[in-house]
Design a protein around this ligand. Structure first.
Ligand code: PLP
Length: 393
């Protein structure tokens, strides 16, 4: 089965060399030499001021909220991985959804502003599929309303905005180094901030609040990365140029063949992306389901990232329905993209999709909609399709 991604494994001999060094030192975790080395190298590679490694990207989010002392509510995106929302709820912060921009698929700054409530303290935005958010407009909204900004940068490793790491925006950015991500440490994550005092606090939170052997300064948790995980990261970091180059090549082939037939995510101006995913928006959910079956028949397993729209989760109700996000989440399919994806497999993906897109109803969905709506008025699953938008890539 060809999946949407395949975990990258660096050079095995190099990895085993690091394992030998761990056996020699006997130092397995608790900020060992390999974690220290990886932090230093990532700080340089990304061009950020402080980076603290964690054992996953979900705890990185939770610790970010704790470090900023957030309570009340936070405005967040309904179009992201579930952890963006669940981490807020888990920390007792009420998620309020604002809708996404229908071209970039990221939080719409105007919608953020319109959703702010009396107890709102923060904005939690995701650089969806590695497409940078409109960071300047978000900064403006945040400043006007005295809100903290946390970016879920789980998809945005190595993404740049105006020639600097996109992680330099906001109060804190969090990363995930899960095995399915572009850069990974099997399981892992990181917290990035420009604020040195905040960085000190974050390190304490990640290690039970322990200052040194005799002093505990406040409540903390265990979010430490281990040495074996750091070894994997060190190996993969050596190959980043190659990884990004191969992804770029696969993405541009998809764009060349598919851009005239499907809607693609519009890139945020002044940003560079990393092609951590290759999402396309089908005409409607019906076409998406047909394409998925046709691909599965050929041993290809695309994924519905992100479905369902997070404003429909049972544990965050009641919420105002976010129509753009709900419409888009029914249409998006992520196609296989990873270094080493065989060209003939990519061709099969492309041809299967083109074949499906040339079939089926050509009646514009707007014409079918009134009847469907009348018969299924109460079905939350159906709402008017998103209007078609210009394809810009
Ligand atoms: C993967 C991911 C996370 C969670 O990261 P883990 O390391 O799996 O805990 C959070 N947010 C987004 C957008 C993700 O894609």
């Amino acid at each position: 089965m060809i999946n949407v991604t395949k975990s990258y494994l660096g050079n095995k001999t190099k990895f085993l060399g690091y394992v030998d060094s761990i056996y020699a030192s006997g130092w397995l975790t608790n900020h060992g030499p390999l974690v220290t080395e990886l932090e230093e190298r990532l700080r340089d590679y990304l061009g950020v001021r402080n980076i603290i490694l964690t054992n996953n990207g979900t705890l990185a989010l939770q610790i970010a909220y704790r470090a900023l002392n957030l309570t009340g509510s936070a405005i967040t995106t309904p179009f992201s991985f579930v952890a963006t929302t669940s981490s807020l709820q888990w920390e007792g912060i009420r998620p309020i959804f604002a809708d996404i921009d229908k071209a970039t698929w990221n939080l719409d700054p105007q919608a953020i502003e319109a959703s702010i409530e009396a107890d709102t303290q923060a904005i939690v935005a995701t650089h969806v599929f590695g497409n940078a958010c409109d960071v300047e407009s978000i900064a403006q909204v945040a400043q006007q309303h005295r809100l903290k900004v946390i970016y879920d940068g789980a998809h945005a490793f190595s993404v740049r905005y105006k020639d600097h790491s996109v992680f330099n925006w906001g109060d804190i950015s969090t990363l995930s180094f899960h095995a399915t991500k572009l850069f990974h440490t099997i399981e892992g994550g990181a917290i990035v901030t420009n604020d040195d005092a905040l960085a000190v606090r974050i390190r304490l939170l990640c290690n039970f609040g322990i200052v040194d052997t005799d002093i505990i300064d406040g409540i903390g948790i265990n979010a430490k990365l281990n040495e074996f995980a750091a070894a994997m990261g060190l190996c993969i970091l050596d190959d980043m140029a190659l990884i990004l180059e191969q992804r770029e090549e696969i993405a541009s082939r998809y764009v060349r063949r598919l851009a005239d037939h499907f809607d693609l995510q519009s890139q945020q101006p002044h940003s560079q992306r990393n092609h951590s995913y290759f999402p396309i928006a089908l005409r409607d959910e019906d076409q998406l389901l047909r394409c998925r079956v046709a691909l599965k028949d050929k041993g290809i397993n695309p994924r519905r990232y992100f479905y369902p729209s997070l404003d429909t989760l049972s544990y965050v109700q009641p919420q105002t329905p976010q129509t753009e996000s709900r419409a888009l989440s029914r249409r998006v399919l992520c196609l296989p993209i990873y270094p080493g994806l065989p060209r003939h497999v990519q061709n099969t993906v492309i041809e299967t999709l083109l074949n499906e897109s040339s079939q089926g109803s050509h009646l514009p969905t707007e014409h079918i909609w009134p009847q469907v709506a009348a018969s299924l008025l109460l079905d939350d699953h159906l709402s008017p399709p998103a209007p078609a938008y210009k394809r810009i890539y």
